[in-house]
Design a protein around this ligand. Structure first.
Ligand code: F6P
Length: 550
């Protein structure tokens, strides 16, 4: 029994039924499933918005799906979903509502937190962002010396960096190519150095993005950026107002830093950091692509929010994706999940998803405070597909681990490409389709022999197949499609957290390292005696000081 009186997840009849079903299925072969059902390739598909989703290459039958849906019902995934959309404080350990969905709600929506409709404030900030973005884009917002802003540097980390940095790459072909947009996150001074070394400070705008405005990496980098700007411009403190804006929930700290709160774009504690790039945190992106494109992206998010909120379980795409992850993690002992986009523009997509998924569901304590005794979030990893094919796909094809993977591809190349480069798109997508085919169906020893391969090489050239994949296909990569994809993954993560009974919206696991770093720093700089430092770290710190000649 859970501390909250609910039956432990892995003792529910629905879980037990899935475990039994898994045993009965044994080593079910995708070849057999397809042979038994000629309609599987078209039947096991769903659609949401512009996204066509094929889940036929999964190790599931109709019965598996029925049992997974029964588990979702038993764990009341939709009940928690409704509570989230209603603005209830489902982030129990921080006593906060979870309302990133309000960030993309239409103007006339009503969503209340503590009795107050938050939608007007969301749109007021979006409008303020749009006004500012246009002023920068049209050269009306000038720097301290009167020069037009040509470079934007977003300084933030985690959710205050990964989202806009990822989306800027994804939507590069929609950006104003005359603007240079860079993202600095690492407290390693090299990051800021490389981002600013060729910039003219008179033409540079720094966007300091930090929900709390206390994150040491961001404040350190922001302070160094301010020093750089004032030194290079030989200007006084008053120059800051024209070159620094803030994105934060913490007006006090923003003004303490010296940024005029008139130049602060606000968001709220009911927006988690990793769910925030469609809030004010997206300002750099909005400047790059313009407010209209940004709004198209928000509409894409909203479309999938509405689908998740209203579609019946059987056709609910985020629900399906979440449940498939449960199937592999909890009933096949899969440890990781690969996300493999076949688009150069999605190069940072999986890195973004790592925070979204792993910071949300990397928890061993349940919402009731008890340790779980089932697997929770997987290791999420991956890079654009064709590059991966020549690096780590060997392990997915012939290694000893089960790695479920999402393949994301587009029918159209990006419009901006030359005709010659567009012609390469079919080759890219031929790889996309070939890989999921090879992963699913492999190559039998007999097929290998039929090619005349010497017997001693047959085992090496055999592919067992049966590696499950989801294919997500859209016509083209647009701001709306990006919003749809991100909302899809947000809600998939939600579904899994709900099934596992964990709080997907806190992140206590990042705290200890922060505290220890603060404690260790004086040992590095001053050789201070840090009480409680373990023997290994003490020796390493001494070695570090020796190497630095201290
Ligand atoms: O350390 C983790 C974290 O709290 C993330 O959840 C968050 O996205 C990131 O740090 C940055 O936080 P902030 O926006 O408050 O600077």
């Amino acid at each position: 029994m859970n501390a909250d009186g609910r039956t432990r997840l892995n003792q529910t009849p629905e879980w037990t039924a899935l475990a039994k079903h898994r045993e009965e299925l044994g080593e079910v072969r995708l070849r057999e499933l397809f042979a038994a059902d000629p309609g599987r390739g078209t039947g096991y598909t769903l659609r949401v918005g512009d996204l066509h989703l094929d889940y036929s290459k999964h190790l599931v039958t109709d019965e598996t799906l029925r049992l997974l849906h029964a588990l979702a019902a038993a764990t009341d995934v939709f009940g928690l979903r409704d509570a989230m959309f209603r603005g209830e404080k489902i982030n129990v350990t921080e006593d906060r509502a979870v309302l990133h969905t309000a960030l993309r709600a239409p103007r006339d929506a009503v969503i209340e937190v503590d009795g107050e409709n938050v939608v007007p404030a969301v749109h007021a900030v979006l409008d303020k962002m749009a006004g500012f973005a246009e002023r920068v884009r049209f050269g009306e917002w000038t720097g301290h010396t009167g020069k037009r802003i040509k470079s934007i540097v977003n300084i933030g980390i985690g959710g205050s960096d990964l989202g806009p940095a990822m989306a800027y790459e994804v939507l590069r072909s929609f950006t104003d190519r005359d603007l240079t947009v860079r993202f600095v996150s690492n407290v390693d001074g090299a990051d800021l150095h490389e981002a600013t070394r060729d910039l003219d400070p008179a033409e540079t705008l720094f966007i300091i993005a930090s929900k709390t405005f206390t994150t040491i990496e961001t404040i350190t980098n922001a302070t160094s950026a301010r020093d750089w700007l004032l030194t290079e411009l030989k200007a006084g403190q008053d120059a800051v107002a024209k070159h620094f804006v803030a994105l934060s929930t913490n007006a006090g700290k923003v003004s303490e830093f010296g940024i005029d709160t008139a130049n602060m774009f606000e968001f709220w504690d009911w927006v988690g950091g990793r769910y925030s790039y469609d809030s004010a945190i997206g300002l750099s992106l909005m400047i790059a692509i313009g407010p209209d494109r940004f709004r198209e992206m928000l509409d894409g998010f909203h479309l999938v929010d509405e689908h998740f909120r209203t579609a019946p379980a059987e056709s609910n795409v985020p629900l399906l994706l979440g449940l498939l992850g449960v199937w592999y993690g909890n009933f096949h002992d899969a440890q990781s999940h690969a996300v493999l986009p076949y688009s150069h523009y999605l190069s940072k997509f999986t890195a973004y998803l790592q925070q979204l998924d792993m910071e949300s569901n990397g928890k061993y304590v349940g919402r009731d405070g008890q340790e779980v005794d089932w697997q929770t979030g997987p290791v999420v990893w991956g890079t654009p597909g064709t590059n991966g094919q020549h690096a780590y796909y060997q392990l997915i094809h012939q290694g000893t681990k089960l790695i479920p993977a999402d393949f994301i591809g587009f029918a159209e190349p990006v419009a901006e490409l030359s005709d010659g480069l567009k012609a390469q798109h079919d080759l890219l997508m031929a790889n996309f389709f070939a890989q999921t085919q090879a992963l699913a169906f492999g190559k039998t020893p007999d097929e290998v022999r039929a090619e005349g391969v010497p017997e001693e090489l047959v085992p090496h050239k055999t592919f067992k197949g049966n590696h499950p994949t989801t294919t997500i296909l859209a016509r083209e990569l647009t701001p709306s499609v990006l919003g749809q994809l991100i909302a899809l993954y947000e809600h998939k993560v939600f579904v899994q957290g709900a099934v596992w009974n964990i709080d997907s919206f806190d992140q206590w696991g990042v705290e200890l390292g922060k505290v220890l770093a603060k404690r260790v720093e004086p040992a590095l700089t001053e050789g201070a005696d840090v009480p409680g430092l373990d023997a290994s770290t003490t020796a390493l710190v001494a070695k570090y000081r020796e190497l630095r000649g201290r």
